[in-house]
Design a protein around this ligand. Structure first.
Ligand code: SF4
Length: 355
């Protein structure tokens, strides 16, 4: 238990690896990563998108590498960004070698999908030479056909991952990270539970093809949240059919909800009810927008009434409780002053800037 009486999450002990200058596993914080949605061959557009993601806290970025032109563009991309770069490669070992040559910090690659052992060996040796980790990423949709039909889906996913892991281990390579993703949340959770018992490597967690902004965020929050609460997960990606900045935002919100990371400001806002006499929802949205650019780890409350507002948001560092035409500014549940409706947002901003 921590001092607030909450149960502390005991994280699974995993092997520490480095993706560029970012630690994953061991005692490193659980990192938030995303994937670019630009054409990787267009280095300028890809760098621009990565900068946007860096600005909102993305800690590791992955780019799809569909062909040689994309693998070579990674060199320019790597030089133009500040966070570790992972190349996402399927099947073609030449793309993996080219991506390594371009200076990537990590590979996402399933060695069992490369048909010839010599080609796998060439990739693994090149990764080892550069100390570049490989993520084995098993997805429910692409399981091998020859797995024991008696196994459950999570067991099949685990066995598929173990096949890839054994290939790397047999080549004396242990800079491994593993993900086992499905759209179905209980399947994903069970798969991670199974593999966590079998390997020491860090886990990259997420729910695959989770959906559009609303549905995908909820599915991901449930799946990733349960895993994190069980101590599983060293890095995460929320996969959304939306701009990748939404993935980063959701990732941090999930971690903040479980007190696993502190990142930026947090908005506490009441749902409003019949007691509210102002457009509190519009105010909350405006405050949320402003807080997106605030990097102080503070809690800011926007409450719909002066009767219950400050009391309900006692643990907020600062907040407003709105009444007819006015709002009370409060700090830690204590009333400080009364503000006119037109000045609420600017007064709140001023106070936060001074904090
Ligand atoms: Fe209703 Fe006031 Fe509570 Fe908001 S703070 S939900 S307006 S009682």
């Amino acid at each position: 238990m921590n001092q607030d009486g909450n149960t502390m999450i005991q994280r699974r002990k995993s092997k520490a690896i480095q993706i560029g200058n970012v630690g994953v596993g061991g005692n490193a914080p659980i990192t938030v990563q995303s994937m670019t949605k630009t054409d990787t061959r267009d280095a300028t557009a890809t760098i621009r998108q990565i900068h946007e993601l860096e600005d909102c806290g993305c800690e590791i970025i992955r780019c799809a590498v569909p062909d040689m032109e994309a693998a070579q563009a990674l060199q320019t991309i790597k030089k133009g960004i500040h966070i570790p770069l992972i190349a996402d490669i399927h099947f073609d070992y030449r793309l993996a070698l080219a991506a390594l040559k371009s200076g990537v910090d990590g590979l996402r690659l399933n060695p069992g999908n490369i048909s010839e052992p010599d080609k796998v060996k060439a990739v693994v040796l090149a990764a080892k030479e550069r100390q570049v980790p490989i993520r084995i990423g098993v997805n429910f949709g692409s399981l091998p056909q020859d797995l024991d039909p008696g196994l459950s889906i999570p067991q099949k996913m685990t066995e598929a991952a173990m096949r890839h892991i054994r290939i790397l281990e047999n080549l004396d390579f242990d800079l491994i990270k593993v993900s086992l993703k499905a759209f179905d949340v209980p399947t994903t959770i069970q798969a991670y539970r199974e593999i966590a018992e079998k390997i020491p490597y860090p886990l990259h967690i997420g729910i695959t093809e989770a959906g559009t902004l609303k549905q995908g965020t909820i599915r991901s929050a449930v799946g990733i949240g349960i895993l994190l609460n069980e101590g599983l997960g060293d890095t995460l990606r929320v996969s959304l059919t939306a701009h990748p900045r939404e993935e980063v935002y959701a990732g941090y919100q999930i971690l903040k909800s479980l007190n696993l990371r502190q990142y930026g400001a947090t908005l506490v806002s009441c749902p409003t009810c019949g007691r509210s006499q102002m457009d509190t929802a519009a105010l909350a949205r405006a405050v949320e927008e402003y807080l997106a650019g605030v990097d102080k780890p503070i809690k800011v409350a926007v409450m719909g009434c002066v009767v219950n507002g400050p009391g309900e948001a006692k643990d907020a560092d600062i907040g407003v409780a709105c009444g007819p035409g006015k709002a009370i500014l409060f700090k830690k549940g204590e009333k400080i002053k009364v503000i006119e409706e037109a000045d609420i947002l600017s007064e709140l901003k001023k106070e936060i800037e001074e904090m």
